[in-house]
Design a protein around this ligand. Structure first.
Ligand code: ATP
Length: 519
């Protein structure tokens, strides 16, 4: 990780804690690794992200409905889904640093480094040849580039084979052959690679002999598959249709060092879309485009998102990609879009002995639908917004602003924890009373914050730090002509308006519905 980006992540983590967004879990006992609590501002941001997703997926698509399935499920669910046998990650330790890694991630990182080397060659050549540079030709003919490409293809093939065949010796050999060093100790002193199942288990039942081993769900999707017929029948759903769900998932991740990017308890927002076999590619392309639009409507910058196609498809998938976001650690997976064929429903049919089929009235035939799923991590959405909106700026002191540095979270207004801060300029002369009246009126429609302590400049700073997009300031003129100033967070521009127009003016700017209209 480049130093600047490393610093940005550190700053975001400490800001998130200082301003009540994210706390380490059970911090008074020194925390619990890769588990976090959301604070008073974090929970609001999180709820707003959920609302944005839920409304888009269900309200805006009349063939998608939601459910809320239990976290505990019958243990056979996880046999059928393949998680008991195959939800493993290959793990490896460096004997010098005593650090543990995911072996496949070490290889992927080494491949990324080789890809970056190709980019560097291109940059160098572009500078050398200027206008006449033909990138396509260069990539096809330059010996050094061809050498890297060959190495990359070989490494990708070997990784794919090792993963598909669960061949941990081959995985170790690949790490040796690629001469991968531990980023911490710098040595190649590795242990063997071992498979590690990521599911947490516990026991259900009061008497030890009766107790059944059950799992904390590692994904929300299976709650949807097992309810496919319940929802289809009771909702009289016609294919194609979708079932959406937001809920907790649990994974005993091997490496959990990147704040809320990789947690052991996290939340997913998933939708399974059931289609007629043979039409899944159309649905896959449709949802790729839709989900990308949903992300981009937030305004965090289109260049910060990209698709990444999966080269190593799971055995049941016939297409899969990620939407990656430019996190402080670089481009990483934010959402997965997978065409899962009829694997899950067929497997549940087999294990439960129940038919999970759709009767198509038009063709008079029953079939097991194919599934396209979209799966986005709520916590990763949260991190994408927080890290992208964290800004340090120099401010000239004027109009009540304090000069110097400010930290501002330019969170999309529709998702900000508070929409409006109501601030009397001073705590005297009847201004707090007037401001309180305005606060009570506005709080019916908006999440509002009232504060009358400290200078106005300091209060603006505190609102900037939690991302409040609008401050409504009540001053002596307000008492004479019923006007207030509205200060906008990012530009710090102020506008004087009639009190009665404040609500209407701000409503459009902070509404999730307005965001949805853009998609
Ligand atoms: P990764 O390769 O990063 O481990 P994955 O491919 O296993 O992720 P999926 O199983 O496709 O992830 O899960 C869907 C989404 O759930 C991911 O895109 C991500 O946003 C989120 N997610 C998965 N694992 C975690 C985790 N440990 N912490 C936070 N979010 C997660």
């Amino acid at each position: 990780m480049a130093n600047d980006q490393d610093n940005l992540l550190k700053k975001v983590i400490s800001h998130a804690k200082e301003y009540g967004f994210v706390f380490p879990s059970s911090e008074i006992y020194d925390g619990l690794s890769a588990v976090y609590d959301y604070g008073q501002n974090g929970v609001e941001l999180k709820n707003n992200i959920k609302e944005y997703w839920w409304k888009f997926m269900t309200q805006m698509h009349d063939n998608i409905v939601g459910i809320d399935a239990a976290i505990f499920m019958h243990p056979t669910t996880w046999k059928a889904s393949g998680h008991v046998d195959a939800f493993n990650d290959p793990m490896i330790d460096n004997k010098d640093s005593k650090k543990r890694y995911r072996a496949d991630v070490l290889v992927e990182d080494a491949i990324t480094k080789m890809e970056e080397k190709i980019e560097k060659e291109v940059d160098k050549a572009e500078k050398r040849f200027g206008e006449s540079f033909d990138e396509k030709m260069f990539l096809q003919t330059n010996p050094r580039v061809l050498e890297y490409k060959k190495k990359i293809d070989e490494a990708n093939d070997r990784l794919k084979n090792a993963m598909n065949n669960s061949d941990m010796e081959a995985m170790k050999q690949l790490i040796v052959d690629l001469e991968i060093n531990d980023p911490i100790s710098g040595t190649k002193n590795w242990t063997d690679v071992r498979q590690f199942n990521l599911m947490f288990s516990t026991e259900m039942g009061s008497i030890a002999e009766d107790a059944n081993k059950i799992y904390l769900r590692p994904e929300t999707a299976q709650g949807i598959f097992v309810n496919f017929l319940n929802v289809q029948k009771t909702g009289r759903m016609k294919i194609p249709f979708g079932i959406a769900q937001i809920g907790k998932a649990f994974r005993n991740e091997i490496v959990a060092r990147q704040f809320i990017f990789r947690m052991r308890e996290f939340e997913q927002m998933e939708m399974q879309y059931f289609v007629k076999p043979g039409t899944e590619m159309e649905a896959y392309e449709f949802w790729k485009a839709k989900r990308m639009k949903w992300h981009q409507a937030l305004g965090l910058g289109s260049a910060n998102y990209r698709f990444h196609d999966h080269l190593n498809l799971a055995h049941y998938a016939n297409a899969a990609c990620d939407i990656q976001f430019n996190f402080p650690m670089g481009f990483k997976e934010l959402e997965g879009i997978h065409s899962r064929t009829d694997f899950d429903l067929k497997s549940h049919e087999k294990h439960s002995g129940k038919k999970l089929q759709y009767f198509d009235g038009e063709s008079n035939q029953s079939y097991v639908p194919f599934v396209v799923e979209t799966s986005v991590g709520l916590d990763r959405m949260f991190l994408s917004i927080l890290s992208n909106s964290y800004k340090e700026e120099k401010v000239a002191g004027a109009d009540g602003e304090e000069g110097g540095e400010r930290v501002v979270l330019s969170i999309p207004p529709a998702l900000a924890p508070y929409k409006i801060a109501v601030l009397p300029l001073v705590k005297k002369d009847g201004l707090p009373e007037k401001a309180t009246d305005i606060f009570h009126e506005l709080k019916v429609d908006f999440r509002c914050y009232y504060e009358d302590k400290d200078t106005i400049g300091r209060r603006y700073r505190r609102m900037d730090a939690i991302g409040t997009p609008y401050c409504v300031t009540i001053d002596h003129q307000t008492l004479q002509d019923n006007t207030v100033t509205i200060r906008e967070r990012d530009s710090m521009k102020q506008e004087r308006v009639e009190i009665s127009t404040v609500g209407e003016k701000i409503q459009k700017l902070v509404s999730i519905n307005e965001l949805l209209k853009k998609i």
